[in-house]
Ligand binder design. Sequence first.
Ligand code: WTA
Length: 635
Amino acid sequence: MSNYHIKHLEEYYQVYRKSIREPENFWEEIAEEHFIWRKKWDKVLEWDFSKPEIKWFQGAKLNITENCIDRHLATRGDKTAILFEPNNPNEKAEHISYKKLYERVNQFANVLKENGIQKGDRVCIYVPMIPELAIATLACARIGAIHSVVFAGFSSTALSTRINDSDCKMVITADGSFRGNKTIDLKGIVDDALESCSCVETVLVAKRINSDINMKEGRDKWLQPLLDSASKQCKATVMDAEDPLFILYTSGSTGKPKGMVHTTAGYMVYTAYTFKNAFQYKENDVYWCTADIGWITGHSYIVYGPLANGATTVLFEGAPSYPDFGRFWNIVEKHKVNQFYTAPTAIRALAKHGTELVDKYDLSSLKVLGSVGEPINEEAWHWYNDIVGKGKSPIIDSWWQTETGGIMITPIPYVTPTKPTYATLPFIGIQPALMDETGNELKGNQVEGRLCIKYPWPSIARTIWGNHQRYKETYFSAFENKYFTGDGALRDEVGYYRITGRVDDVIIVSGHNLGTAPIEDAINEHPAVAESAIVGFPHDVKGSALYGYITLKETGESRNHDNLKKEVNQLISDRIGPIAKLDKIQFTEGLPKTRSGKIMRRILRKIASNDLNNLGDVSTLLNPEIVENIIKNKL
Ligand code: WTA
């Protein structure tokens, strides 16, 4: 019998136990009954975390777009697949049916082919949240090209690094984007980026803001005329289960972003199955995830997971604050949204504006409220639960990562009793472990440690593009035979998990992962800067914000510190993007260091967070006197 849709707690435990006892049988059944395959697999799973090597559904042949689009045509052809809500509330929403999506994806796929894109080629997609973003993504998948979507808020340097890292042959972009009452010159950013990317042959440009842009002869082409003359039929390329579907970059502890590689079959099976259950999606529900497709949340839970289930998925172009802070609730009312998935930072920002803007709208369609991207604090949880959900729509606080491809720890709504700030129970098939610092697994409940996963699940990233060694070192070396998440967690007396935050040099600001190293690299480029260290500190809207400690070169010249601060933030904005700007900058004569010369970020973090009683023993530092000095001048 199918375990595809879990409906009560007893069933969860029963299915969970089965998925752990016989993982291969379990996933085979799900794969067999709920997807279409050109050819079934020869082997369900082969894995070795020491290499590491993970293969699901080896030998199977499929195309993910046939699962996300073609197979729905017979029964859901006229159903809305993508519901596009533009930035401007007065612009009409667009309902793209499965049939229309089929045609548009095929046309786009044909344009890609006509422009020399073949199976295995990398295509960079730098497009705002308009339908073309989802369609371009699916068009790549249709012909087996590997998409690398880059969030359209990243700077030209961040974009060029990503394009070069995976040798993209093509960039798909737009003339510009709307964000609230501003427009952003996306094409200008692409032009800058491409100054240093020799691999790119073609740039396809969607028209969105109708701005007057520069088109480079022989390289840049307007998308629409090409689409208009392309055929609405495009045969799906048959892919192997383990062929790469996409690359998505995430920050790491060193300067270079990591291009996480996700493959086809396992990713499809897991995102579809988690979508169905974590959101309790039912036919005719309207589902809305507010993330950008430039992040993993958008890949898995705007595009692939929902479409694989034949769902209606809302794609929102704008910002939660435009034209006012009631926009989200306005959209929920307008489209009768049933499942709503957002980030704690958005909830905190909206909560600041009181309850009036929520109460103004009819939110009675809501059945499930999701949270993702960072720990949700108690206050935000209650506001979401009580004010938005009126205590009737369970919150699913879902923990997962770019690397995990899909949701890993989450309540199942109407199944798992929720508990504020707890992601609660592992999803079906997921085997978490908490480890102490010496590498021992902490058994039993009421323990806290480093969060690992003991057994592969279908949508785990298979490698880092071009750097398998880094993949091994980052995720499989800290604890033997386990995937290490980089997060800390605790398990309470009933076995519920609560994620306590990152235990490495990644800081999550407004739900965006930021590595400290690339930010420090950007700052250190400033000619007046000798050295810098970035730490996170608690912030009531962003969750964490960035605090920078900077030492200046001794040039004898006295510089205006306010100007310097501006210049430093401008550099960060240019190199990474405005999201990585520092909230606080303290110039200091030195940074606390160990005798081997390592910056003691632990101490700086405590100072920035005002946690001055727990600095620990500083006497073993190379320069203990600097700590007093930094505290004295703290911001
Ligand atoms: C954090 C986002 C607490 C965590 C899907 C993780 C969370 C990182 C939660 C991955 C949650 C995500 N509670 N922390 N519900 N969800 N995180 O790759 O630190 O953008 O490792 O994937 O976000 O961020 P990423």
